[in-house]
Design a protein around this ligand. Structure first.
Ligand code: GDP
Length: 513
């Protein structure tokens, strides 16, 4: 008589209690890890998730994720996401855009989205193995704009404090990016009564207050965008939904602006300081508080609080290219972001940000814009920026790792020699319209580019006097060809990448056993 495995035996003689035990064990063999993917606008979130999911799905035998190669009988598939209230990450669309005939980069992150990838493999360990059940890891990837994390600080500020701090930042900028908004405020304050009369009614009825709130919010939003898009700095001022409104665009939720009580709303109001901060001030204050209660808090409670592991994508090369001021702006933005991950002794913040994220990867993205000889230096610089940004000595104990990352590597290393000097260059196809050293590319031809060297001493990147930084040559490259199955080795292949395998090993290594 042929021997039956225990699993077959159970299937054949399935008494109720054994089935129940099997179901329970099946559940116990499954782990869910919620991975937060964040970073400021254009830091590379969409490209990262698409490349990560593709590498996981093609992971059986793929070279890009060595950590998966030890898992016997590995199978990976997409499953319906657990949260019905979050839009699905448009994986298939992004994949088509990247690997279609035009090979272009996909549409960037605009709002929160989610995707579930499940990995399943054989195990011999414990009762799960004995019963022939599979180990299962559900990875719930949650993509959200890093700008939204900046709103955490609003929860500790009332309207007056936030207004003062925001107006101070806007007024202290060296450029004129925020000038139209500041002029609007001055006009509102009645400093220029003549021009003010064209837009500001002397009546302070609630209808006027609403019109002023709309006009001011528009100017304020423009100012925040102008500051963010400034070519010389990397400053990010919130609230985050003014930069990435998601589904809040044009709603009253984001129809407010910072307003100081010392600024009366009209000539009539100036004669009556009590009244000056009446209708408009009350409306703005109410909207600000509603934004905190209805937008910021739910995001942290419903989404952020449930994240287990996090990857923060940082386009560090752009601020390095812009100079020390931009590096400091990045450091400031990261300081605010880190507060969300490391609530430390602040019990109130801990309550809101929930259980602690236990592993965080900080990744310097688009590392394929420099030669691989420079990747160690890039990681050291990022490490230093993170250490400085993490000003509080109060570390909540998450394990962290800094990496140089190119989710999709669009270039190759090339060494060239001129007069006996070796230059570490990169080769790729610049996106049509990109130009460098006076030459404009048409999107079909290869180019070999010497992007410049990162400073050897990482401290130089913070030194405004240092002239070594800020002189790289970066262009955008087209995504590379998507490699198909390697027939000789029968190995599934994905895009070339840098650091993706290390990131996955660090984020999931402990649960891939
Ligand atoms: P998001 O706003 O954070 O979602 O940013 P995206 O993922 O849309 O990336 C913004 C842009 O950065 C893309 O359109 C690409 O031009 C570039 N990019 C992102 N990741 C990579 C990468 O791995 N390599 C290269 N060369 N460029 C990248």
């Amino acid at each position: 008589m042929p021997l039956l495995s225990l699993s077959d035996y159970l299937d054949k003689h399935s008494s109720d209690w054994l089935n129940t035990a099997k179901t329970l064990l099946d559940g116990a063999a499954s782990t869910t890890v919620r991975l937060g993917v964040t970073g400021l606008s254009r830091s590379g979130k969409t490209v990262f998730i698409t490349a990560l999911v593709h590498a996981l799905l093609e992971g059986t035998g793929s070279r890009s994720l060595p950590v998966l190669s030890t898992l016997p009988g590995l199978r990976a598939y997409l499953e319906p996401q657990p949260d019905d209230d979050i839009p699905r990450f448009a994986y298939e669309d992004h994949l088509n855009t990247l690997s279609g005939p035009d090979r272009t980069w996909p549409q960037s992150t605009r709002h929160i989205s989610q995707l579930r990838v499940t990995l399943e493999w054989d195990t011999e360990a414990g009762a799960v193995g004995l019963l022939g059940l599979k180990r299962r890891l559900h990875i719930d990837i949650v993509d959200y704009p890093g700008e939204w994390l900046l709103d955490l600080s609003l929860l500790q500020q009332d309207f007056a404090t936030w207004s003062e701090a925001t107006l101070h930042s806007l007024r202290n900028r060296h450029d004129s990016k925020a000038k139209p908004f500041l002029d609007f405020l001055d006009e509102l304050a009645g400093k220029d009564q003549h021009s003010a009369s064209t837009t500001v009614s002397s009546s302070s009825s609630s209808q006027d207050a609403e019109q002023l709130a709309i006009a001011g919010a528009k100017q304020f939003t423009k100012a925040l965008h102008a500051v963010r898009d400034d070519a010389n700095t990397q400053a990010i001022l919130g609230p985050g939904r003014f930069l990435w409104p998601g589904d809040l665009a044009d709603t009253p939720q984001i129809t407010f602006f910072p307003w100081s009580t010392t600024q009366p709303t009209s000539k009539q109001d100036m004669d009556d300081p009590e009244k000056s901060s009446s209708d408009l001030y009350e409306l703005l204050k109410r909207r600000y508080e509603a934004y905190k209660a209805n937008v910021v808090k739910p995001f942290f409670e419903d989404h952020f609080q449930r994240i287990d592991r996090q990857i923060v994508l940082i386009d560090a090369l752009t601020p390095l290219n812009r100079g020390a001021m931009a590096v400091r702006d990045l450091e400031d933005a990261l300081h605010t972001v880190l507060q969300a991950f490391r609530p430390g002794r602040n019990a109130w913040l801990s309550f809101l940000t929930g259980r602690r994220i236990d592993r965080i990867v900080f990744a310097a993205t688009k590392a394929d814009h420099i030669h691989s000889q420079q990747h160690r230096t890039l990681e050291s610089i990022l490490d230093r920026i993170i250490a400085r940004a993490n000003r509080s000595a109060d570390d909540a104990g998450a394990e962290t790792r800094c990496l140089a990352l190119a989710s999709i590597r669009a270039t190759q290393d090339i060494n060239t020699e001129t007069d006996g000097v070796v230059y570490h260059c990169i080769k790729g196809i610049p996106v049509s319209g990109e130009s460098i050293a006076g030459q404009t590319y048409d999107g079909t031809r290869d180019a070999i580019i010497f992007p410049g060297d990162l400073p050897k001493d990482v401290l130089d990147v913070f030194d405004p006097e240092d002239t070594h930084i800020g002189d790289f040559d970066f262009v955008r490259f087209r995504p590379p060809l998507h490699l198909q199955n390697d027939n000789e080795t029968n190995q599934a292949q994905s895009w070339p990448q840098i650091g993706l395998g290390k990131a996955v090993a660090f984020l999931f290594g402990d649960v891939l056993k």
